[in-house]
Design a protein around this ligand. Structure first.
Ligand SMILES: Cc1cc2nc3c(=O)[nH]c(=O)nc-3n(C[C@H](O)[C@H](O)[C@H](O)COP(=O)(O)OP(=O)(O)OC[C@H]3O[C@@H](n4cnc5c(N)ncnc54)[C@H](O)[C@@H]3O)c2cc1C
Length: 292
């Protein structure tokens, strides 16, 4: 267990202050030990995956941050089942599925996160999502660990019913046999589409907002609002795709929040639509409410 660990290096945007406590449990027993300790100390607990949809307060997080490692970050595929620790990168899971000639996980090639972050967000792309392939997830908290079904996890569009303090320690996905060459071709096509549409060589945290129930996507709306390239401090709305915020030059999380607030204000003014952030916030950080 370490103290005062800077979280910026654990997020793809590269912003955020320190975690008061930071631990990297490698087994379920170690994880349960850490959770019981934090509970006894009265500390809040949160997990970082690959930090690819996470905005951490510039003041940091006053509790215990966990980053799953060891067997809690490994993956394996056999007999139609892909099983991964909560900290296993989705890219590693996809690699294991492909090696076992199991299809259905190809959508994950577009998502630079972990199994746990994927379950928490019900991450998805190109028509596939975690809810579509998940068999069950093992969730740990201060009272122990148990398997939950997708229904019990409350998976919906880019959200779940999970709360900080609940840790996805492991998950199992049901996949279908698929020839290696087909999997490779699907992944290559998805990656080419992605490269064309989104900033892939910048520090971002993926989609800022969920797509609203509207004929225009969040990105297209913000583009019409003239926000491409709009800047606050060291952060800017991507000139390539307006639903992305880039760390252009020494950004702070507060800069990203200022852009989120301005984008919401403009989308409501121009389209009468209230955009809801997809990015998850950690620590004392909030998106200011829209003025009436
Ligand atoms: C370039 C880029 C492209 C992206 N494209 C997509 C896309 O196409 N589709 C999509 O859905 N997302 C996309 N994202 C967003 C992001 O990759 C996903 O939301 C991903 O699921 C986040 O996973 P993570 O492990 O990085 O989670 P983090 O960002 O680290 O955390 C996200 C949330 O999950 C929680 N969490 C993480 N691990 C656990 C765990 N083990 N147990 C409990 N809670 C946990 C965190 O506390 C936090 O609240 C993109 C991001 C980037 C940077």
């Amino acid at each position: 267990m370490k103290e005062q660990v800077a979280l910026g290096r654990y997020t793809t945007l590269g912003t955020g202050g320190p975690a008061r406590w930071f631990a990297t449990p490698e087994t379920e027993d170690e994880l349960l030990e850490r959770l019981a300790w934090a509970d006894a100390e009265g500390l809040p607990v949160a997990v970082v995956g690959l930090g690819s949809n996470l905005l951490v307060a510039d003041d940091g997080f006053p509790g215990l941050v966990l980053k799953l490692a060891g067997e809690l970050a490994a993956a394996d595929a056999a007999d139609g089942v892909l099983a991964g620790g909560g900290g296993a990168p989705l890219a590693v899971c996809l690699h294991r599925a492909r090696a076992a000639e199991l299809g259905g996980f190809e959508f994950a090639c577009a998502i630079p996160g972990t199994v746990g972050g994927g379950v928490w967000m019900n991450a998805g792309a190109y028509g596939g999502d975690i809810a579509g392939v998940l068999r069950r997830a093992r969730v740990a908290d201060a009272t122990g660990a148990r398997w939950l079904t997708p229904q019990e996890l409350g998976l919906r569009y880019r959200t779940s019913g999970l709360r900080h303090g609940q840790v996805v320690a492991r998950a199992e996905f049901l996949l279908e046999p698929r020839p290696l060459e087909e999997i490779k071709a699907t992944v290559a096509a998805m990656q080419a589409r992605r490269k064309e549409a989104q900033p892939t060589n910048k520090r971002t945290f993926g989609s800022v907002f969920k797509n609203p129930d509207h004929e225009l996507s969040a990105g297209r709306m913000l583009e019409v609002c003239g926000l491409r390239g709009y800047r606050s401090g060291g952060a800017q709305i991507s000139p390539k795709h307006a639903n992305f915020i880039e760390n252009a030059d020494g950004a702070r999380s507060a800069d990203a929040i200022a852009l989120i607030a301005e984008a919401r204000r403009r989308a409501r003014e121009q389209f009468g639509v209230v955009l809801h952030p997809e990015v998850q916030l950690l620590g004392a950080l909030e998106v200011p409410p829209l003025e009436p």
